[in-house]
Design a protein around this ligand. Structure first.
Ligand SMILES: Cc1cc2nc3c(=O)[nH]c(=O)nc-3n(C[C@H](O)[C@H](O)[C@H](O)COP(=O)(O)OP(=O)(O)OC[C@H]3O[C@@H](n4cnc5c(N)ncnc54)[C@H](O)[C@@H]3O)c2cc1C
Length: 363
């Protein structure tokens, strides 16, 4: 197999940022993956598994190890019952092409996850979610390669231990498993999920039973295009939502509401109050990340070539197409510190930071 040296990672990430990978290869089969992992072992090199590079920020110094990009594609369809279908999808398959496939074949459950960059292997890793749907609702299991036992095995939905943008693959078992295939169970029975505000408004005058999959997909694409610049060129580079907040307990949410009222006045406090129902989850409240960045005055803030997206401030943009990872980290640290000081809420970063060890002061 072809293991290349000194490959520029900015060409493999949607941020269009990142220095050189010492080694880089593509793996299409389990044998190729095994071979690549053995190579890394021989060289005592660390390994980064990569899909579409849409949820990573790679340092300007790059990655001093082997990047393995999974490129196994394919979608297989199997009827489970009159109402359910299983799709088995290779990790290298572009995620949005899977959504397009499901929509074309009348399969419900992932249409609201339209137009999210990246490949299917990463879907389970951070329990991808948007507009009221998330991976955990449709992932039946994943086939993985276990780097400890050097064998493959099936991991069920329950074993994935899904949480908000979390699973075992980015927490307790991080770096242990390489996901090879993902099994989704989708429904043949129409079931539009219009719980999200923008969608509700879009279809306000329609009987939900008459709304088609194709209509929902195109509505989602239209809504997303106004908020998430599609990162198909360096000057539209981004990694989706950069900031992620914790789930706030009822009392933490009340504290934040009080701080918003004291610092920013009644109008902003009412804006927050109007969002409360949508933020409610069984354990408390999701952090209204974009609202906090907005109210704290960070919309449009720039550091070097990086900018807080004025249209959706949870996103950091590579505004000039030439932003460095250091610009992004400096902006992130500044915003994180400001939001904490003003509202008491501690934001984290959603994309994975790659190649920063000991090089930058990442909070
Ligand atoms: C414009 C834009 C909009 C976005 N919108 C959303 C959104 O609405 N909701 C959402 O949840 N996310 C969103 N994202 C984030 C991102 O698209 C998703 O997280 C996506 O699933 C990442 O896929 P990827 O193939 O690019 O993963 P990568 O960035 O390549 O990898 C992400 C992580 O997963 C690991 N990984 C990748 N493949 C495998 C594998 N086969 N086995 C094991 N580990 C693996 C990597 O090591 C890394 O830790 C958005 C990103 C962008 C740029």
């Amino acid at each position: 197999m072809d293991i290349q040296e000194n490959i520029l990672l900015s060409e493999h990430t949607t941020f269009h940022i990142g220095g050189l990978a010492k080694y880089f290869c593509e793996a299409k089969t389990t044998d190729e993956l095994n071979e690549a992992l053995k190579f890394a072992e021989q060289k005592s090199a660390q390994v980064l598994i990569m899909g579409g590079g849409s949820n990573v920020l790679v340092s300007d110094k790059g990655f001093d190890g082997l990047v393995i990009k999974l490129v196994n594609e394919g979608i297989e369809q199997e009827d489970i019952s009159d109402s359910q279908v299983r799709l088995t999808i290779g990790s290298g398959q572009n995620w949005d092409s899977v959504v397009a496939f499901a929509v074309e074949h009348g399969l419900w459950g992932i249409e609201n996850l339209s137009h999210i960059p990246g490949n299917t292997g990463a879907l389970t890793v951070q329990n991808v979610g948007a507009y009221g749907q998330e991976a955990s609702q449709v992932v039946e299991s994943v086939l993985v390669f276990d780097r400890q036992t050097h064998d493959t095995k099936i991991i069920s939905r329950d074993e994935c231990e899904f949480g908000y943008r979390k699973s075992i693959f980015n927490t307790s078992e991080k770096n242990r498993y390489v996901i090879l295939h993902t099994n989704l169970v989708l429904s043949k029975v129409p079931n539009p999920n219009l719980s999200y505000g923008d969608l509700k408004i879009k279809f306000a005058d329609r009987d939900p039973q008459t709304i088609t999959l194709a209509e929902i997909r195109s509505a989602i694409i239209e809504i997303r295009n106004t908020k998430f610049p599609f990162p198909d060129a360096p000057e539209r580079g981004n990694a989706g939502s950069f900031f992620r907040g914790p789930i706030l307990s009822d009392s933490e949410f009340a504290d934040m509401q009080k701080k918003v009222l004291d610092l920013f006045g009644t109008e902003q406090a009412q804006r927050l109050e109007a969002m409360a129902d949508r933020l409610k989850v069984p354990q408390g409240y999701k952090t209204p990340t974009a609202f906090l960045l907005d109210v704290c005055g960070f919309k449009g803030l720039e550091v070097g070539g990086a900018q807080i997206n004025p249209a959706q401030p949870a996103i950091i943009l590579n505004k000039t197409g030439k932003a460095s990872a250091e610009d992004v980290i400096t902006l992130y640290n500044q915003v994180k510190a400001g939001v904490l000081a003003k509202t008491g809420v501690e934001l984290e970063h959603e994309p994975e930071f790659v190649g920063f060890e000991g090089r930058l002061n990442v909070v």
